[in-house]
Design a protein around this ligand. Structure first.
Ligand code: SF4
Length: 251
């Protein structure tokens, strides 16, 4: 229910296209205690008029599931990397500032291109190759303990918040980032994923691999799915070191 006279002020960093210069616009909407950032953006969309009274194109943003499952609405909210669907406006200082994540190229307004995350998954071979042309039979058995560990890694929604928070990730470098490291361990822990163990570890030992982690641990702080990223990075560091030693002795 809207409260008489009470409003919410939202400043949005806008950018008309990938090469355009950014600028700010401020909107004011009626207060509702239930608003999260996405529902507030939806409300702006119904009447996109700035506080100066100028009608403008509605700010663009991505969202889908509204329950921290699709990963699409990650952005900077009052300067912090967060999912917009679970950021309740009544818990935010006003004016609420919304900006696109800075570690990814801006497509338009709050929409960014997270392609580097998918490229990183390819580099570390975060999949199990099966060609689908023959019956694989039942999968390998896994202990409940291993299933639990893998499930905790498997919840990644590729939102990009961990890359945004990581001081080692920048627009110009090739660090694969925390999410791809977590997915690497997920695949290494799968009995069938062991088939590509060597190639995966070699990719992780190369430029932009696990050694580029600076141990800031910001990734685990911001991850909305509480993925044990620091544990994954530590485990991969151990596995890559053992492989390096083994390779040395086998030369
Ligand atoms: Fe998002 Fe967490 Fe996956 Fe990083 S590891 S992309 S923060 S869900």
């Amino acid at each position: 229910m809207a409260e008489q006279g009470r409003t919410i002020e939202i400043r949005v960093k806008r950018q008309d296209g990938p090469e355009a210069a950014p600028y700010w616009q401020t909107f004011r909407i009626p207060w509702k205690p239930q608003h999260n950032v996405i529902s507030a953006l939806m409300e702006i969309r119904t009447n996109p008029v700035t506080v100066e009274g100028k009608r403008v194109p509605a700010p663009t943003y991505e969202s889908s599931c509204l329950e921290e499952v699709c990963g699409s609405c990650a952005m900077l909210i009052n300067g912090k990397p967060r999912m917009a669907c679970t950021a309740l406006v009544e818990q935010l200082d006003q004016p609420v500032t919304l900006e696109p994540m800075t570690k990814f190229p801006v497509q338009r307004d709050l929409i960014v291109d997270r392609g580097r995350m998918f490229e990183a998954l390819k580099r570390v071979q975060a999949w199990i190759p099966i060609d689908g042309t023959y019956d694989l039979g039942p999968g390998p058995r896994m202990s409940p303990e291993l299933q639990q560990v893998r499930y905790s890694l498997d919840r990644c929604i590729t939102c990009g918040l961990c890359l945004q928070a990581c001081p080692q990730v920048s627009r110009g470098n090739d660090f694969v980032g925390p999410a791809a490291l977590g997915q690497s361990l997920l695949m290494l822990l799968h009995p069938t994923g062991q088939i590509n163990r060597d190639e995966r570890l070699e990719a992780l030992m190369g430029p932009g691999g696990v050694a580029d982690c600076g141990n800031a641990q910001n990734c685990a702080e911001v991850c909305p799915k509480e993925i044990p990223l620091t544990h994954a990075i530590g485990d991969l560091g151990r596995q890559t070191t053992l492989k390096w030693l083994r390779d040395m002795f086998l030369r």
